[in-house]
Every structure is written in structure tokens, then in C-alpha cells.
Write a protein that binds this ligand. Structure first.
Ligand SMILES: [Zn+2]
Length: 206
């Protein structure tokens, strides 16, 4: 059975135990920072939705421990049959205009186009079916320089599996916030699962 690894990042880092990723600030207008409204909290929910969906057809291994290089080494050595590795993220620092909010899926710039790019496009296409995301989608290659280096570091060490960085929406965006519900996060998780399935069932080699 094909194996997929879902890595909830920003959590389980032994050297940075409090790192919960992007924070959303004062979401509910109460005047205080909503500390719990962080990336690592929500990625757990959408990751579980994706996992349950994928489990109907695939082996799914959720991970969330160690430094990123340690996680990548773990996948390479202990899960060498893994076909796909997804670094689960959410964005923060949304553009002021809701119409500018976008959804991003990154693939490893070193990956062959029929692997990384195509898998990222399959996932992005499914995100397009969510009304708050729609056509505002970006598929980007990571890079070893500039701002896309950060994205690259989250998948850099993964060798055989196709590494994807999943940044489906802005948690502090006007539109993104609407997805911070059980139903919204489930839709995002299902889009990820269906995009991976679209790729894996379209005759692609892994
Ligand atoms: Zn992140």
C-alpha cells in the first residue's frame, strides 16, 4: 500500500518546545491576543481530516517530532517506501485586502516536473473548490535563496518521497478566518487528501 507522511510542523521540536508557528493576534476583537489561535493547533485538525480520508486507500503516518532534518532523516531511513511527504502549515500576515489573500502549495525545486509540480498542482486544484480560496492560488517551487528558502528548509532533507509544503490559507485573513471552523478545516484537509489521491491515481510514478 502506498504510504503518505503528514508532518505537523512547528510542534514537537525538542530545541524549541514553545514554537507553535504563526500567530493570528486578536481574532475575535476582544483586545487581547488569542494565543491559542496558532498554526500548530489548526494543522492538527486539518491533518487529521486528511489522514482519515486517505486511510481508505493509503497507509498514512502522521509525525510531529524532532528537528526538521531529523524528521526528514527518519522518513528516508525508516519509511523509505513513503511516496509523499507533506509539511503542514498555515499562513499568517494576511494581505489587507481580502481579494489578495492566496493559498500556496510549494514543491521542491529539485523535483522532476512530473512529480513535485504536478502533485502541487493536483492539491492546489482541489483547494480551488473551496469558496474562500477559489482562484487565488499559487503553486511555487521552493528555492535555496531568497524568501522561498524558508519553505525549502521544511522539506529539504526528504529524498525519495515527494516533498510538499502546504500553506492553504491565512489564519488572520478575512476569508481565511472563515475556514477556522471544524467544517472549514475538514474541507481543507479533504482537499489535500483528494489532491494527493488525484495525483497518485493518475498513473504517476512515485
Ligand atoms: Zn508554518
Amino acid at each position: 500500500m502506498t504510504m503518505i507522511v503528514l508532518d505537523r510542523q512547528h510542534a514537537g521540536k525538542p530545541h524549541r518546545p514553545k514554537d507553535m508557528g504563526a500567530t493570528a493576534g486578536d481574532l475575535d476583537g476582544s483586545g487581547s491576543i488569542d494565543l491559542h489561535e496558532m498554526e500548530a493547533y489548526y494543522t492538527a485538525i486539518l491533518g487529521l481530516a486528511a489522514e482519515l480520508r486517505l486511510r481508505q486507500k493509503y497507509d498514512v503516518i502522521p509525525i510531529s517530532h524532532g528537528t526538521y532534518p531529523e524528521r526528514h532523516a527518519y522518513v528516508n531511513t525508516r519509511l523509505p517506501e513513503a511516496a509523499v511527504y507533506v509539511a503542514l502549515h498555515l499562513n499568517a500576515g494576511a494581505p489587507k485586502k481580502a481579494s489578495r489573500e492566496y493559498s500556496a502549495v510549494f514543491y521542491d525545486y529539485r523535483s522532476a516536473p512530473d512529480r513535485g509540480l504536478r502533485l502541487a498542482e493536483c492539491i492546489s486544484a482541489r483547494l480551488g473548490g473551496i469558496e474562500q480560496i477559489g482562484g487565488n492560488r499559487r503553486v511555487w517551487a521552493t528555492s535555496n535563496k531568497g524568501w522561498k528558502r524558508n519553505a525549502h528548509s521544511t522539506i529539504r532533507g526528504v529524498q525519495h518521497a515527494i516533498g510538499i509544503v502546504f500553506e492553504p490559507f491565512f489564519i488572520d485573513g478575512e476569508k481565511g478566518r472563515e475556514l477556522l471552523t471544524a467544517a472549514g478545516l475538514q474541507r481543507v484537509g479533504h482537499a489535500l487528501a483528494d489532491g494527493i489521491d488525484d495525483y497518485l491515481t493518475s498513473g504517476a510514478t512515485s
